[in-house]
Design a protein around this ligand. Structure first.
Ligand code: B12
Length: 481
């Protein structure tokens, strides 16, 4: 495997001679990967993936990719890094069934919570997803004392889980600086500054900022060993800090050239960047060889864009270097880019779950939403995929439901059209997102005060659906499916 030394460098450099290797079988009970220090002159940075609070959550190849990317960079620069995952499905003190896994997916443990204020009328059970608070506290108490704590965040409406996680951390490490970053921190910056409990909230990408932040808060001075504008110089995310990896998420590019009205990608990742084929194949090979991983999930916003330069050489390299693995695209791919060649290559490389970003089949009236696919492009793509060998249950088309001004009848019509095409419709309930073109329409059409509290943007409450949440809406769609 050419160049694999660079990946070994990334993943092994965490175990410097100042630390002893993790105790056998202790990883889960303590922090995910507790490395103890003989010397206290190297600052220890504690990474935390917080709980989810929601009406429903399921692990579809989820993982804190951004946080562990920062962890890998810090480790490479000589910081000691520990990780606690509040969403660890494999915690040894949790019931076994949580650890069950289907191609890397599986249910999170959950514990019932009272519904958030203003959502008490929703007839669904609100829960904390993840490990129990006592397990989190035990991990915090037994972790090497941190000099800096980094907490990530994902969905805006999951912020109550972030708040609760930070409260627990504060009760144990009241004086250690705690920084919050991630998607909620970026999309709802002012809200996070006010309510999260973090010392500082960092908006936007973290790669170019993390060295400076770590230096500023620990006083430890380092030289950056990577170029923030070149993904090929970054070490792979520190997935080895997770106690178990049923699947590994991959990021082979950043950004998306489309500016769809419902999506925040353009705001979150304004710059398009790609990795080269060898770099990606090397990472996949590495995780397969080191951790036995067979399932990989692409997190790219635009995996198939500029296929000739990016995905085609990358998949050819994957077929050559690491055949026999399974790949999934839980974040949809662009339909227009699916050709005979890309379809055949994806099939040959081992793609098993392919999600298409269709959103609606009302092709004539979709102009206010996006310009990413025409009807004939959709039909041609489905044809190419079927001819390449994909089966109906491997091909799912995401359809947005509950958009401002959209009736359930419109959504039902899309479901029927997708079924007729011979692939699987997958309704995705719309969540309003700040900094998107559709945000103001969403605010105007919703009975909730979306601007006052991100919790009202939870798609499980159907925030923009006329009449609000209803089991009838769900069962009408389920019956059609
Ligand atoms: C991959 C992905 C998923 C994955 C899961 C991801 C995961 N981590 O578990 C899957 C496919 C399952 C998923 C599902 C959904 N997703 Co999604 N997803 C994404 C996507 C494409 C990438 C996220 C990611 O990992 N990026 C890569 C890493 C590197 O970036 P990052 O985490 O932001 O980290 C960087 C910075 O934030 C920062 N950082 C992060 N943490 C910290 C901490 C500190 C201290 C610092 C300093 C910095 C820092 O540095 C990192 C490196 O630069 C984003 C879009 C996007 N471009 O971000 C949408 C996105 C987050 N998803 C979104 C949506 C709508 C959904 C769904 C609701 C879709 C639906 N209707 O079904 C579901 C809900 C899932 C659920 N209920 O479980 C929305 C967010 C909506 C919201 N209200 O918040 C986004 C923004 C896309 C959009 N439409 O605009 N998603």
């Amino acid at each position: 495997m050419h160049g694999s030394a660079s990946f070994l460098r990334c993943c092994r450099s965490g175990l410097s001679e100042n630390r002893v290797a993790p105790l056998p079988d202790s990883g889960n009970l303590l922090s995910e990967n507790s490395c103890f220090f003989m010397k206290r002159d190297i600052p220890n940075i504690l990474l935390i993936n917080p709980w989810i609070h929601d009406f429903a959550a399921y692990d579809f190849w989820a993982g804190p990719l951004g946080l562990l990317q920062l962890g890998a960079l810090l480790r490479e620069q000589g910081f000691a890094v520990t990780f606690i995952d509040c969403l660890n499905r494999f915690h040894p003190e949790m019931p076994r069934k949580n650890g069950s896994t289907r191609c890397g997916r599986g249910p999170y443990p959950k514990k019932r919570l009272p519904s958030p204020k203003g959502l008490e009328h929703i007839p669904r059970q609100y829960s904390r997803y993840g490990i129990l608070p006592e397990h989190f506290e035990k991990s915090l108490r037994t972790a090497p004392p941190p000099d800096l704590i980094l907490v990530t965040s994902l969905m805006t409406y999951w912020y109550p889980g972030v708040q609760e996680s930070i409260r627990h951390v504060r009760s144990i490490f009241p004086k250690v600086p705690l920084l919050l970053g991630g998607i909620y921190a970026t999309l709802c910056h002012a809200h996070a500054c006010r309510y999260s409990g973090a010392d500082a909230v960092i908006a936007g990408e973290g790669i170019s900022k993390i060295t400076g932040l770590a230096e500023q808060y620990t006083g430890f001075s380092v030289k950056a060993k990577f170029d923030p504008s070149d993904m090929n110089t970054w070490p792979c995310p520190a997935w080895d800090l997770r106690c178990k990896n049923p699947a590994v998420p991959l990021l082979t590019s950043k950004g998306c050239p489309f500016s769809c009205a419902y999506c925040a990608s353009g705001f979150l990742e304004p710059q398009r960047m790609t990795r080269n084929a060898g770099h990606v194949a090397e990472e996949i090979f590495y995780w397969h060889k080191e951790l036995g991983v067979r399932d990989f999930a692409f997190y790219d916003d635009a995996l198939l864009i500029s296929a000739e330069q990016h995905v085609i050489p990358m998949l050819e390299e994957i077929c050559r270097v690491c055949p026999g693995l399974r790949f999934h695209t839980p974040n949809a791919v662009h339909i227009r880019e699916i050709t005979k060649e890309t379809a055949e290559l994806m099939f040959r490389a081992g793609f098993r779950t392919l999600r298409l970003g269709l959103e609606t089949t009302d092709f004539a009236k979709r102009g206010h939403l996006d310009h990413k696919v025409k009807e004939e492009e959709f039909r041609r793509a489905v044809d190419c995929l079927k001819k390449a060998g994909f089966e109906k249950n491997q091909l799912g088309a995401y359809l947005l439901v509950g958009l401002p001004g959209q009736s359930l009848n419109d959504a039902e019509a899309s479901v029927k059209t997708v079924k007729e095409s011979g692939i699987t419709p997958i309704p995705a309930w719309y969540t309003p997102i700040p900094h998107t073109a559709l945000w103001q329409d969403a605010v105007a059409s919703s009975p909730y005060d979306l601007e006052s509290d991100p919790v009202f943007c939870n798609n499980a409450v159907m925030p923009c659906m006329p009449g609000g949440f209803s089991w009838d809406h769900i069962s009408r769609l389920k019956n059609l499916l």
